[in-house]
Design a binder for this molecule. Structure first.
Ligand SMILES: C[S@@+](CC[C@H](N)C(=O)[O-])C[C@H]1O[C@@H](n2cnc3c(N)ncnc32)[C@H](O)[C@@H]1O
Length: 351
C-alpha cells in the first residue's frame, strides 16, 4: 500500500479548511452576539475603533478580526490597518432580514455539538434524544437560520405553488402549523394573511412559550395562537391548510402524524410538507448540502425520532420516495412535489 503524496496533501488541505470551519463556528456566534458584524458594516474600522464602538476588549477583538479576515468573512486593508465588510459579507452576516443571513446556522451547529458525548453513547445503546433535551442554542439557532429562508420563499413562492391555497388564505382560512418550533413560519403567514387564523403546535413547551412572545412582539398574537401538542393529537378540525416545516422526519411516528393531519383537514384541505432538500439515493446526496444535513441528522433528527414511539428515523435526507410512502400509507390520495429550493423541497398532499 503506497500513499499517494498528492492525494494525501489534497486531503490534508481539505482537513485544514474543515478544522478552520469548525472553530470558526464559535467566532461567528461571538461576532453575531456582540454586534461586531453589524458595527463593522457601518464603516471600515481599526480593531481599537470596533472595540470602542461595541464596548468590547480591544485585544480580543483584534484576535477575532484576524480570524475573520483569514477566513474570508471580513476584509482587511493592510495599509490602513482597517477591517471592513464587503456588500456580500454585510448582506449575509450583518443583516437579519436578508434571505441569506448565516449566523443562526452556526448557533445551531454549536448547540447541536454540545450533544456529541451523549450521542456517541447512543451509538452504543441505541437510545434517543428528544429535541427538548438539547441546548437552547439549538432552538434559537434553528429559528434564526430557517426564518430568513421562510421569509424569502414561503409567501412569495411556496404557498403559490400549492393548488388554491393562496386564495383561501387571502379570503380567510383556518391553518395549523404543526411542529412549529419558535413559530417563525406561523408568524410570517399570520402577517401576510390577516383574514386567516393560525394555530401553531409543538410538543416542546419552551419553544411554544417563545413563539407566543414573538407573536406578541410582532403584533399578531390575536390571530396566531400557540399550544403545546404532539403531531399525533393536536386539537382542531376542518383546517383548510396544515403545514409542517422541517419536522416530519424528526417525528417518531410520521405515519401516525400524517393520519392525524388527514383527519384534521377539511375535505378539500391541503397539507404542505416542507422537508430538507434530498434525493432518494444516498449516492446522490453526497455533496456539501448533504453533508450538512446528514451531520445535523445524526445529532438532532435521528435521535429525536428514536426518542419517540415507533422511532421510524426517516433522517433529514429521506427523499421524495420515502415521504410519498409515509403520506400515502396514511391515506392521502394525492401527493406531488410542488416546488423546491437548494435547501428545501415542498410537497403537497390532499385527502
Ligand atoms: C427542526 S425543528 C423545526 C421547527 C420549525 N418548524 C421551523 O421550521 O423552524 C423540529 C421541530 O419539531 C418538533 N417536534 C418533533 N417531534 C414532534 C412531535 N412528535 N410532535 C410535535 N412536534 C414535534 C420539535 O420540538 C421541533 O420544534
Amino acid at each position: 500500500m503506497a500513499v499517494d503524496m498528492d492525494k494525501l496533501n489534497a486531503f490534508i488541505g481539505q482537513f485544514v479548511g474543515d478544522l478552520g470551519a469548525a472553530v470558526h463556528a464559535g467566532m461567528v456566534v461571538i461576532g453575531d452576539r456582540l454586534g461586531l458584524y453589524k458595527a463593522l458594516a457601518e464603516k471600515p474600522m481599526t480593531s481599537a475603533e470596533l472595540a470602542e464602538k461595541t464596548g468590547t476588549d480591544a485585544r480580543y477583538v483584534r484576535e477575532w478580526l484576524s480570524s475573520q479576515a483569514a477566513g474570508g468573512y471580513i476584509t482587511y486593508d493592510d495599509k490602513a490597518d482597517k477591517f471592513s465588510l464587503t456588500e456580500e459579507q454585510a448582506f449575509t452576516l450583518a443583516n437579519e432580514d436578508s434571505p441569506a443571513y448565516l449566523p443562526g446556522a452556526f448557533q445551531l451547529a454549536l448547540g447541536a455539538l454540545n450533544a456529541v458525548p451523549r450521542i456517541a453513547e447512543s451509538f452504543r445503546s441505541g437510545a434517543g434524544m428528544g429535541w427538548h433535551e438539547h441546548d437552547d442554542g439549538v432552538f434559537h439557532g434553528c429559528e434564526k437560520f430557517f426564518r430568513p429562508g421562510y421569509a424569502a420563499n414561503l409567501v412569495p413562492s411556496w404557498i403559490p405553488s400549492l393548488t388554491d391555497v393562496a386564495k383561501k388564505l387571502e379570503a380567510g382560512a383556518r391553518v395549523a402549523d404543526v411542529g412549529c418550533g419558535l413559530g417563525a413560519s406561523t408568524i410570517l403567514m399570520a402577517k401576510a394573511f390577516p383574514k386567516s387564523k393560525f394555530f401553531g403546535f409543538d410538543y416542546h413547551d419552551k419553544s411554544i412559550q417563545a413563539a407566543r412572545e414573538s407573536a406578541a412582539r410582532e403584533g399578531v398574537a390575536e390571530r396566531a395562537k400557540f399550544e403545546v401538542a404532539k403531531a399525533k393529537d393536536f386539537p382542531g378540525k376542518d383546517y383548510d391548510f396544515v403545514a409542517v416545516f422541517d419536522c416530519l422526519h424528526d417525528m417518531g411516528d410520521p405515519v401516525g402524524a400524517a393520519k392525524h393531519v388527514r383527519q384534521s383537514l377539511a375535505k378539500d384541505g391541503t397539507w404542505m410538507i416542507v422537508e430538507p432538500f434530498a434525493n432518494d439515493q444516498l449516492k446522490d446526496n453526497l455533496n456539501p448540502v448533504g453533508r450538512v444535513y446528514y451531520s445535523f441528522s445524526t445529532l438532532l433528527c435521528t435521535p429525536c425520532s428514536r426518542s419517540q414511539e415507533v422511532g421510524l428515523c426517516l433522517g433529514a435526507q429521506s427523499g421524495e420516495a420515502r415521504i410519498r410512502e409515509v403520506v400515502t400509507t396514511a391515506g392521502f390520495t394525492r401527493f406531488r412535489r410542488a416546488t423546491e429550493t437548494p435547501f428545501n423541497v415542498v410537497y403537497e398532499a390532499r385527502p
